[in-house]
Design a protein around this ligand. Structure first.
Ligand code: HEM
Length: 261
């Protein structure tokens, strides 16, 4: 419908400059990249935690990703391809998120004042997601670079040596809390934003979603801490043999005779 002013001015709807669809597209892209990264992290935590089952279990998962059971030879480069894909998604997601960061100190002060005034749970969650997202820029980058450049150095002894003797455990400890809080809140906010799992009563649905979110976050934090503890313990026990590769007893003979590389 044309407004009074437009009728007077003789301006129709078709004459109005079209609103850009880019903000909506960028919002969708941010949601999609976040969703894929969140689901990837669930898979990642399960694969990495195979060390809790046994060293052989972790070795088997590692070799599976290197195509060993398919080609008969391990190709660690295959892992680099996956890492490159995850890194692209990570950078894209971070770039899109930058749009929502306070642009200057005044904007930051205004948001902080509103947050204090509102005392609203989901607004505080946004704040935690913002802070952990900022931390992830720095914490996840070294890990991704290491995995990209040295995919062949993943394994029960190789990873444990890195975690303990290479002193990576403090970074992993902080990264674990940052990524689990960020991912859990992110997936919860996606569900609220796009109306997933919405029942007849929005308040009840939101409470249920919040419960689910906290349960998942606690579950993955406990799993992650146990996993990190296992790598630290194996690394500590292996500290005098740093650099030795793990090969399960049932895989020997050695690489040159067709065993694992
Ligand atoms: C395809 C990409 C990735 C690969 C191949 C990968 C692989 C691994 C491996 C093998 C470990 C065991 C420790 C080690 O070997 O150093 C590990 C640990 C860990 N990774 Fe990743 N990772 C990837 C991406 C990420 C991302 C994007 C994050 C978070 C933003 C992340 C967070 C962690 C954390 C917190 C640990 C410590 C283990 C724990 O506490 O359970 N990883 N990762």
């Amino acid at each position: 419908m044309r407004t009074g002013a437009e009728v007077v001015a003789g301006v129709g709807l078709a004459d109005r400059p079209r609103k850009s669809r880019w903000p909506a597209r960028m919002d969708l892209a941010q949601s999609l990249t976040g969703l894929v990264l969140g689901l990837f992290m669930w898979g990642h935590m399960f694969f990495v935690s195979s060390i809790l089952v046994s060293k052989d279990a972790m070795w088997t998962i590692t070799k599976m990703f290197e195509g060993y059971f398919f080609f008969g030879t391990a190709y660690p480069g295959m892992v680099s391809v996956v890492v490159a894909g995850v890194t692209v998604l990570f950078v894209l997601h971070a770039l899109l998120a930058l749009r929502k960061f306070p642009a200057n100190y005044r904007q930051y002060r205004a948001f902080a004042a509103h947050r204090r005034l509102l005392h609203h749970g989901d607004t505080t969650l946004w704040w935690v997601q913002f802070m952990t997202g900022f931390a992830l820029f720095f914490l996840a980058s070294p890990h991704l670079f290491q995995m990209l450049m040295h995919p062949g150095l993943i394994g029960p002894y190789e990873s444990s040596d890195r975690v303990w003797s290479g002193s990576w455990w403090p970074l992993y400890l902080v990264l674990l809390f940052a990524v689990e809080l960020h991912g859990g809140i992110g997936l919860y906010r996606l569900a609220v934003k796009w109306g997933w799992f919405e029942g007849t009563d929005p308040n009840v649905s939101r409470k249920r979603l919040s419960m689910l979110k906290w349960s998942l976050t606690v579950f993955f934090l406990v799993l992650g801490l146990a996993t990190l503890g296992a790598y630290m313990k194996i690394g500590y026990e292996h500290r005098d043999r740093v650099g030795e590769r793990y090969v399960p007893a049932w895989v020997k003979p050695a690489p040159e005779q067709g065993g694992a590389k």
